[in-house]
Ligand binder design. Structure first.
Ligand SMILES: Nc1ncnc2c1ncn2[C@@H]1O[C@H](COP(=O)(O)OP(=O)(O)O)[C@@H](O)[C@H]1O
Ligand SMILES: [Mg+2]
Length: 321
């Protein structure tokens, strides 16, 4: 299903999207001012599947909508395929295809008409249009001429993806593509996104599911309340999420660590405080406590320290279920 022309060639820019000091302040006529993005810096390498992860209200859609030209930034720079969205708007716009978070389709157009209309809007000449190819790729060939109202929710979502592809953009952006989508369709969507990526398209997606970002993306940026909290290669980020500190206060006074505790990463911070660094996926708090008690030490207090990153992570996990 390689519907995209390959975007890989030698004169392509290194970065598909380059965001520098991007800030957005909404100033609604009613209600209070919202700083939706605060000085965001983000570099999306070409060819990657890049995930923007964050809880609801973090600013993900604002960022996407600025790239799409739907929201006007307050300050900072954004480039798509090296084209500045402000100074080279038309070329920047041509380099990106955006699949919005909300399903908004005109009920009066069939899938074929919707794709043709979209291609027209982008000025794609008739003979360069790939309507049949896109219909096939999004699994809507049979429904090509159907009334849009007769499409299921999943079909509508696929049609939205198809509309983002009519001008063969090198960068495709999906805003929460699987929110409210059932498991089977979710899988199909991801397979399709992977195919697009294999054919050379850079993918930028937003999600509030950590698991989803972990599975799909090679790089993950976490934003929370308009701020970039972390941005790293997925394995490194997951590793950082998997770190915790446990401080155990004991009744006895120690001058040296008992040998049996040396299997852990532990330091004696004061004669009555043992500080353990551990990965919750590998070691449980219970194991540490048992080991301490085995040394005939009396625990009088326990304290766990979570990184800021972990706070975000926990909040997001709560959102997931
Ligand atoms: N048009 C708008 N006017 C005022 N505030 C807005 C507008 N759009 C979004 N916001 C606010 O900006 C913040 C970020 O929203 P959004 O970018 O939609 O977050 P996300 O997509 O991560 O859920 C939220 O506090 C939201 O209420
Ligand atoms: Mg959103």
């Amino acid at each position: 299903m390689n519907i995209e022309k390959s975007h890989r060639n030698d004169d392509m820019p290194l970065l598909a999207v380059d965001i520098q000091n991007l800030t957005k302040i909404y100033n609604p006529s009613k209600g209070k001012t919202v700083e939706a993005l605060n000085n965001i810096n983000m570099k999306v390498p070409q060819g990657s599947i890049f995930g923007i992860l964050g809880p609801n209200g973090a600013g993900k859609s604002t960022l996407i909508n600025i790239l799409a030209g739907l929201v006007v930034k307050t300050s900072g720079i954004a480039k798509i395929w090296n084209f500045d969205i402000e100074r080279e708007t038309r070329r920047a716009r041509a380099a990106i295809g955006v699949v919005p978070q909300e399903v908004s389709l005109d009920a009066f157009f069939s899938p074929r008409e919707a794709l043709e209309l979209q291609a027209g809007l982008y000025g794609v000449p008739k003979k360069e249009r790939r309507t049949d190819e896109i219909l096939e790729a999004i699994g809507l060939t049979e429904k090509a001429n159907a009334d849009a109202r007769s499409l299921s929710g999943g079909m509508k979502r696929r049609l939205l993806i198809g509309k983002a592809l009519v001008h063969t953009p090198p960068v495709v952006v999906l805003d929460e593509p699987t929110a409210g989508v059932d498991v089977e369709l979710r899988r199909q969507l991801w397979d399709y996104v992977r195919d697009l990526n294999k054919a050379g398209t850079t993918i930028l997606l937003t999600t509030h599911y950590l698991k989803e970002a972990e599975k799909m993306c090679d790089t993950i940026a976490i934003i929370d309340q308009g701020q970039m909290v972390a941005c790293d290669a997925t394995p490194a980020l997951i590793e950082r999420l998997d770190q915790r500190t446990l401080i155990i206060t004991i009744k006895e006074k120690l001058h040296k660590l008992p040998d049996n505790l040396n299997d852990f990463s532990v330091t004696l911070t004061t004669p009555i405080k043992l500080t353990f660094e551990f990965s919750p996926s590998k070691t449980s708090t219970g194991e540490i406590i048992t080991a301490v008690q085995k040394e005939m030490l009396t625990i009088v207090d326990l304290q766990t320290l979570d990184s800021d990153l972990e706070d975000v992570f926990i909040r997001m996990t709560n959102l997931n279920g």
